[in-house]
Design a protein around this ligand. Structure first.
Ligand code: 5AD
Ligand code: SF4
Length: 477
């Protein structure tokens, strides 16, 4: 892993891809419609927006369903075994669809493809796959598609390089909210995690490129940006000068986009400077996703997390001091190798102690090539299943308590869509990150609406609209 190179894709290389895109557009056998199937995290969702942007610029239209498209791309995840199995299952199913549409081209990309040996496996076991490429080659889609359309053989490209490509076209899913990647890869090597192996070394985008993107988004009417990175707190390492995540946030705050969020943060890199910026900024939302992973020091040590339970709790205390009422969310793993019942109890107690607004809970999944996969005493499946159920019950109870702090409070909701339960209700997220339902119609989608929270139903808050104060009329005497 140590000899991986970080490559900045040049303007000339991007121009070359535009040239390939023009050639694909002119090909008689090119697909006319596409569908991207996305698995995994926000990073992947944003990569899919880039894939869609490139395909749109090659003259293809988006098909609503994978069965109606000529070109289907599976953008895969491999962080846990179930994500991987689901992706491969669906790729296989598409083989049947091709019998009805012989023009169909099937591509597989993303984290799964970056795993050692996966490209060869695809070539051998999934012969109906036409194109496979890793996360670092995403910007090359026009060239790869050109090569696929020009030959009868499968095109498989996985390079041992970590790239940063600027100026890719992006077809964004939403008009009101947008993702901005600020850094790629991860150097942390938590012992359970495959991400550093498949997403490569940590590398940050130039601050000016990020600010430019944010200004363009503001000009296009975007109200919320979500900054993305595997470990946003270590943003800036390797860039010239003293560039930090806190500094980036300060500069973004000046641009004036109404809402700024970010994920994911590593507790060990959460600086006092960042906490200070959270407390003093105007647009950074009072919410923080701070994965704890476990509540026991010995397990945290074997997870290679570089913090103790007490240090984590201290960061939580500081965050709450700087930003009263801040919304806290987390990720937790149960069934890490060697986890005893007693150690698991420490996870339950930290969940109670912090009082998260929500938590993503996972059963440990051994990933080939990671340190934890070779550890002794892997926890039996039934034990892990029992633990996750108990964890979910404790989290739900403490979540109810934590969320009751909002009742009677005012919140601002960025409306995302019609509520699933009723056509006269809409829902979105409040500034603290909690989902809120309120009376409304389709025309409210994309607006920020002030509400008073009146109740809580199934982990969602219910709000009523607060009428905006009438503009005061200035009468000259
Ligand atoms: N098994 C279970 N959960 C994992 N995560 C990462 N790797 C694994 C694994 N091997 C979880 C962590 C991380 C989240 C994105 O996925 O909690 O924060
Ligand atoms: Fe994986 Fe740890 Fe990096 Fe997060 S910080 S992506 S859990 S290695």
């Amino acid at each position: 892993m140590a000899d991986r190179k970080i490559i900045h894709i040049t303007r000339e290389q991007m121009a070359e891809q535009l040239h390939y895109a023009a050639m694909v557009s002119a090909m008689g056998n090119r697909p006319t419609s596409y569908h991207v199937v996305t698995y995994g995290c926000q990073m992947n969702a944003h990569d899919s927006e880039k894939l869609s942007g490139m395909l749109r610029d090659m003259g293809m239209t988006e098909a609503a369903d994978r069965t109606e498209a000529d070109f289907v791309i599976f953008n895969t995840c491999c962080v846990r075994d179930n994500a991987e199995r689901r992706a491969l299952g669906n790729v296989t199913w598409l083989k049947e669809v091709r019998k009805k549409n012989p023009r169909l081209i099937i591509a597989v990309c993303g984290c799964m493809i970056q795993q050692p040996g996966m490209a060869e496996k695809i070539l051998k076991q999934y012969r109906f796959v036409d194109l496979a490429f890793g996360t670092s080659n995403l910007y090359k889609l026009p060239e790869l598609l050109y090569r696929t359309l020009s030959s009868d053989r499968a095109v498989v490209v996985v390079e041992d390089e970590d790239t940063i490509a600027e100026e890719l076209p992006i077809k964004r899913l939403r008009k009101d909210a947008a993702y901005i990647t600020i850094m790629y890869g991860c150097n942390n090597f938590c012992s359970y995690c495959i991400v550093p192996y498949v997403r490569g070394r940590e590398r940050s985008r130039e601050m000016e490129a990020i600010l430019r993107e944010a200004r363009e988004l503001k000009a296009s009417g975007v109200k919320e940006i979500m900054l993305l990175g595997q470990n946003v707190n270590s943003y800036g390492k390797g860039l010239e000068g003293h560039v930090t995540f806190a500094g980036l946030l300060r500069a973004l705050d000046e641009i004036g986009i109404e809402r700024i969020r970010f994920m994911t943060s590593h507790p060990k890199d959460l600086s006092d400077e960042l906490i200070e910026v959270m407390g003093s900024s105007r647009h950074i939302l009072p919410q923080f996703h701070l994965p704890v992973q476990h509540g026991n020091d010995e397990i945290l040590r074997r997870m290679n997390r570089h913090y103790t339970r007490a240090q984590y709790l201290d960061k939580v205390r500081k965050l709450r001091q700087a930003v009263p009422g801040i919304g806290l969310t987390t990720d937790i793993i149960v069934g890490f190798p060697g986890e005893t019942e007693e150690q698991f109890q420490d996870t339950l107690s930290i969940v109670r102690e912090v009082g998260y607004d929500s938590a993503f809970t996972f059963i440990y999944s051994p990933r080939t090539g990671t340190v934890a996969a070779g550890m002794p005493d892997q926890v039996a499946e039934d034990v892990a299943t029992d633990r996750i159920q108990r964890l979910i019950a404790v989290q739900e109870e403490s979540q109810r308590k934590a969320m009751s702090r909002f009742i009677g409070m005012e919140e601002e909701v960025l409306v995302e869509g019609l509520s699933r339960r009723s056509s006269s209700e809409v829902s979105g997220h409040g500034r603290h990150g909690v989902s809120i339902t309120l009376p409304g119609t389709e025309s409210d989608i994309g607006s920020i609406i002030r509400v008073r929270v009146t109740a809580m139903k199934n982990n969602t808050l219910v709000g009523e609209r607060i009428d905006e104060p009438e503009e005061s009329i200035c009468v000259k005497s």
